[in-house]
Design a protein around this ligand. Sequence first.
Ligand SMILES: [Mg+2]
Length: 350
Amino acid sequence: MNAKIFDREELSRWVANQRSLGFKVGFTCGAFDILHAGHVEYLTRAREYCDRLVAAVNSDSSIRTYKSPLRPINTEEQRQFVLAGLEAVDAVTLMHEVRPAPLLELLKPDVYIKGGDYSTEQLKSKALIESYGGQVVCIPIAFPTSTSDILKRAALLSLHEDAPRAERKGEQRLVFLDRDGTLIRDVPFLHDPSLVELMPGVLEGLRMLEDAGFTLVLITNQQGIGLGYYTEHEFIEVNRALLRKVAPAGINIARIYYCPHSQADLCQCRKPGSLLLENALRYYGVKPERCYLIGDSAADCVAGERLRIPSIVISGDTPVQECTQTGRSFTDAVNWIMASEAQLAAPTLA
Ligand SMILES: [Mg+2]
């Protein structure tokens, strides 16, 4: 498949041969699951400590043991193949063990190289390497990237995708939720995740809605992106902070729809436009009358009422004309939804 990929016996012979030619052999190991800039940078620097770099790839079963039963993403064959394609790597092998000690003992590399912030003192293999006169080198990771971060980001972004073309017919009932001023305290142009603070009653209210079988969908205007006050990435980090606050209560915000445009863009998606709501209805294949909307501004309610979605605005003491119902708090809004549902479920009198 690739001339750089060796089984253990072949590798042992190859290493002996390289050494007999006068080359200094380096060794490193890892999962190398989804290869990113941090890996490439690390391996390039590792190669500077030797003339020939051997990279041992943890087998699928060893990763399942030491990392997670859900990992790796890529198979051991593919991970070896990708690594063998790198200029910095001269030889690749599979490592079935969780720890590299058996391979180190077999190959006795001149340099053992580890990435990350381990101090060399902490390395368990240090004594072994030094027992035959080898050297241990630790290279700090330059790019702040990790496979786990990439996966988290991918998972979160999938919540933000556009509605797919295919119609998905469902029996779900949705509650559309505004974010700023409704679920979390309204901070103008919020982009600092540490400022995310749930409004009173939100945790309990969302829990009630979920228990009643509603799917929770966030619909939010974010003109700060369009105006350049913060990036999409910062917006996502704020959402992540919100999700982290509600997750321990078992609350799942199923999808997040957002408008990144400024008012001047005159888009269809910025509330009071109803495009985001329409997209969500289409995605779930749900009729508006099976939904509710909770917001804190007239724009939220106009968007909802346009589609005949019963809309409740939390406005403190200021009544808002456009909405179906006004509440003073998130709790009021949820109670009103529950009461409406109870009424719908009640048998009608003849
Ligand atoms: Mg709001």
